[in-house]
Write a protein that binds this ligand. Structure first.
Ligand SMILES: CC(C)(COP(=O)(O)OP(=O)(O)OC[C@H]1O[C@@H](n2cnc3c(N)ncnc32)[C@H](O)[C@@H]1OP(=O)(O)O)[C@@H](O)C(=O)NCCC(=O)NCCS
Length: 146
């Protein structure tokens, strides 16, 4: 299979959000609008990638950093292309790009019920933190809405 991996561009917005919406395990929010993705990509150039097969986007990853730690989001592969190492390749691309910027550690948030994703991350030697709880605050005022 001839898969091409390329940086995610804002022009890919329509196609990539369609992929994310069609993949279980990816929570799309109103914050995933075009303006925010554009801002994210401008703040974090050349860290996020898409995989294309016959020019069509079949997988994607969002990657950014805050100057200190890297963060990955929205890793997804279209169901019919899974178990071909595509997600592993995308993670590796983002990790190499973070490393080139001097970022030494990277985090991912995985939903508790997403066991297949947990197995995937464990396969890549990522480890679940036992020493942390994730806590969030809704700046818009609704304490229970995430
Ligand atoms: C999780 C996901 C990204 C993996 O993509 P992928 O391209 O199939 O992953 P890879 O082919 O690189 O998998 C590498 C290894 O991870 C493990 N793995 C991947 N998917 C797995 C699954 N569903 N169950 C168990 N192990 C799995 C396997 O060890 C696999 O190696 P193998 O195929 O030789 O057994 C994909 O299933 C997906 O898009 N899921 C829906 C969205 C999602 O949950 N994203 C993660 C958010 S944190």
């Amino acid at each position: 299979m001839n898969i091409e991996i390329q940086p995610l561009r804002i022009e890919d917005y329509q196609e990539v959000t369609e992929l994310w919406r069609n993949c279980e395990g990816i929570n799309m929010r109103e914050d995933d609008n075009r303006r925010n993705l554009d801002r994210y990509l401008q703040r974090n150039p050349n860290l996020s990638f898409v995989a294309r097969y016959n020019q069509k986007i079949i997988a994607a990853i969002l990657c950014g950093h805050d100057g200190r730690r890297g963060y990955l989001y929205h890793l997804a592969v279209a169901p019919e292309y899974r178990r071909n190492g595509i997600a592993s390749s995308l993670v590796e691309k983002s990790q190499i790009s973070l490393h080139a910027l001097g970022i030494r550690k990277c985090h991912i948030f995985v939903m508790k019920e997403n066991e297949s994703a947990q197995k995937f991350w464990e396969f890549l030697s990522w480890r679940q933190r036992q020493d942390l709880h994730m806590m969030s605050f809704n700046i818009m005022g609704n304490a229970d809405a995430f």
